[in-house]
Design a protein around this ligand. Sequence first.
Ligand SMILES: CC(C)(COP(=O)(O)OP(=O)(O)OC[C@H]1O[C@@H](n2cnc3c(N)ncnc32)[C@H](O)[C@@H]1OP(=O)(O)O)[C@@H](O)C(=O)NCCC(=O)NCCS
Length: 158
Amino acid sequence: MTNNRVRPARVDEAAELTEIAVRATKHDGYDDDTIVRFMPGLKVNLALIAAGLVFVAEGEAGIRQGYVAARPTGIGGLILLEGIFVDPAFWRGGVGSRLFAAVVELSRKMAGSVILINSNPSAVGFYARLGANKIGTTPFVFSPDVKLSMFAFEIPAG
Ligand SMILES: CC(C)(COP(=O)(O)OP(=O)(O)OC[C@H]1O[C@@H](n2cnc3c(N)ncnc32)[C@H](O)[C@@H]1OP(=O)(O)O)[C@@H](O)C(=O)NCCC(=O)NCCS
């Protein structure tokens, strides 16, 4: 049975979501020491789940395929993409795009006009394909040797 859907995350599945983020980051080629440094950025934020700002992509039989988290910045109309991770088994199957669409929808509800993204080097093609524009670079706060590409995604009128 095919049952693809994107739904709000639950606090009781936080550990599984963090494991997806770790698997996705390892699959990008980062070693275990680097993953330990990255962990504060990979661990799903419980407060964001409780606030309804984390969404899970579910596939057949309720299998979790990935998640996305976003939050308002307090700066007018600017929404920050906190993280988007797809289990490597499902890469290039449209899951990331469905999760990003959920954040666009959420952003509209929060009167957002632009989503700010700090992209891992390997995800640059994904955001460019979605229509985001590169606006700069920034060091990754948890591992400054890694340079992230900053993208701005303008939310189209709904
Ligand atoms: C980036 C990520 C979320 C993409 O998820 P996904 O489910 O594979 O994305 P989609 O299948 O929706 O991709 C849509 C399009 O984006 C582009 N794209 C996706 N991944 C890409 C990549 N690694 N390189 C270049 N283009 C890519 C492709 O054009 C793709 O369409 P196509 O497969 O028809 O060619 C996933 O690869 C991931 O979890 N990566 C590791 C964690 C990470 O880097 N997260 C982002 C943190 S900033």
